[in-house]
Design a protein around this ligand. Sequence first.
Ligand code: MCN
Length: 766
Amino acid sequence: MSDAHAHHFSGRVEDARLVTGTGRYAADWSLPGQLYACFVRSDRGHAEIVSVNIENARKHPGVKRVYTGADAVAAGYTQYFVIVNFPGRGGNHMIKPPRPVLAAGKVRHVGDALAMVVADTAQAAQDAAELVEVEYRDLPSVVSAEEALAPGAPQLHQEAPGNLAFDYEAGNEEAVKAAFAQAAHVTRRKLEVTRVAPNPMELRGCTVRYEPKDGIYHVHVCIQGINMMRKQLAAITGVPEEKFVVHAQDIGGSFGQRSAAYPEYVMQMLASKELGRPVRWISTRSEGFVSDTHGRGNTVTGELALDRDGKFLALKLDWLADMGGYLSATGSASHTRNPSTCMTGVYKIPALYGRFRLAFTNTVPVAAYRGAGRPDMAYVIERLVNQAAAELKIDPAELRRRNFIPKDQFPYKTPTGSTYEATDLHTVLERAVKFADWKGFPARRKKSEQAGKLRGIGIATVIENTGAGLFPKDQVEIETTAGGIDVFTVSQSQGQGHETAFAEIVAHELGIAPGKVRIRQGVKALIGNHTGGSRSTVGAGSACKLAALKLIEQGKSLAAEQLEVEPSQVSYAKGVFQVRGEKKKIGLFELAKKKPINVMGEGTFLSTFPNGCHITEVEIDPATGVAEVVAYNAVDDCGNVINHTIVEGQVHGAVAQGAGQVFGEHVVYDRNGQLLTGSFMDYCMPRAGLVPGIRMQDSPVPSVNNALGVKGVGESGCTASIPSLTNAVLDALRPLGVQHLDMPLTPAKLWHAIRSARKSDADERR
Ligand code: MCN
């Protein structure tokens, strides 16, 4: 690339580093004298641990120490961090059974770690781990929430009778009952929001170094933000937060999965302190399948009541969430409050009631996964709306129009207590309908039919809650340097392009080139949220703007001193402070050389509600059952857009993840709790070809809740694509009489559905 071209390169600034292999990930930390950990994991779904014999492992050359659950218990590391602390139905509180950071007494899922070997080399640690002898007494397993909550199910935790971790509700049960009694039509469906494995490209890993001089634990780990990690490690171990220094540079994807302080890291703390050397552990992919948290995993029965005119009267949900063998840090929020904040979807529904029951099962713990409950909710609502449209023979776009929250009712207080701020649902829909040529679909369907294909069109109009974090505010610090500006944040990009977008925010306010601004993540201890919940632009991004404005104000006083005038006489534009009406001026960086400027921007930012309409088309080959996505049209309102290329990239990635779940991804356990999909040979990740041509349009209504007018976008593509693509497939099959299919819509499933529909059709004609 010539210099001239390089200058015009408009990609993300981090990409040159990331695509040339010069990024620094968890496994790239290599500390002098480091030891290597290997975990012994349960190969049973559910069993009592009768004994763990570590004698042979301990004698293996190079082994420093072998830890078991007893060591975790002795250290007192038995209570895992769980963010939910609000009451549920009838004031009950979530049951948080003890979870020693190495299993003691019992294992509850395949992959549950019960011993840790620490040795001089990774090979020695692995070899010795194979010498650990575990005697189990097998117990029956239960692998779905529905079965776990049924009477007589095997019990996982004695603290949680009936395997019920939490019984939560949202909305008004009585109002819903009354509304159903008045309904002219009720649409019902039981839906599986399938369990999936996030599988970031980077394998999970951590190296802990304990520094006895000051009692600090240096934790080199893949994270979503330093504060969330410190808070959890402190909560689990009782070590004060300030004793943790978390180091991270590049993160190779996370999708909600890496916000947690996993048990392995806590055991590494213990070992590093005791053995006086850094302790490193890097997962393998197969290990990741059984120890990295999974996502989604709900069975939801939904009922939508409508009046004679197709107006929605009430929505009722019975939501069963599969939490896995233990509560994760975030999973319980993803299946209670998160989905209930958007339970009305984009519709005016006078009465809502949802009951959410969280169950323990003998599977890997479930945690937040891109959308964290909002895609699940959107999927349920949008499937019901499409089904209602089919049952009432109303065009699905028209049924939506009829029920949208009208523009003049924003800010809109929903029956489950959210306040949707500003949006314009009708404009989004009309743009999408035009963009996708909704009206031209019958002709396209006919054409596909002539080619022997079944064509369907899918629509989803969705909204979600982004922004608002766990920490009281978001702080960003700006420091001038010799020739530029350093911006410090505690949010942590995992691929979202913050180094580009945040620099653009600051550069825009200051009227300077983005190249002058350097984003530095997680190196200063500031108050602020981790990157998750699509909140970084709303929070840290807004704080960037506020900090830049403060820099200008402070710069004016300093410039006034230099220029020997009153600050009120100084104006600022494009990197230059100038005395009004005079030629006297001083450049920002010239000033900074004389007097470095350091300012803090901060604020508390409320939820924003990005929304969108995704219209998709699929063509199914009845001979093979293969569904091809032949059109993907997305219109999204994510408020003011900072960088359209990044926004499109975020939507593309999330749509691919949604499509992955719709067409192939699925975590499957057998009755004994054995994971049947524990590698890429049997767990079907999406390939680029699955969603070839995503077209996207912005339809912004600025948020009124933050300085930038932005709404989050990082998860929107998941939320919209899952219902839209599923609706498209069902639209293709409905003419055959197929009313319902659960994900994943694999070729085999579609082929069978088509065959049996045609067979019963033929039987009828006979
Ligand atoms: N953006 C913008 N204009 C807006 C909104 C956002 O230009 N109106 C840009 C932002 O500046 C940022 C990106 O879009 O560069 C995403 O911003 P935002 O929506 O604020 O989301 P976060 O940065 O907080 O990212 C979190 C979100 C979540 S919750 C998951 S999960 C997720 C996702 O982002 N995981 C990802 N996107 C991911 N992308 C990659 N590559 N890897 C992951 O692990």
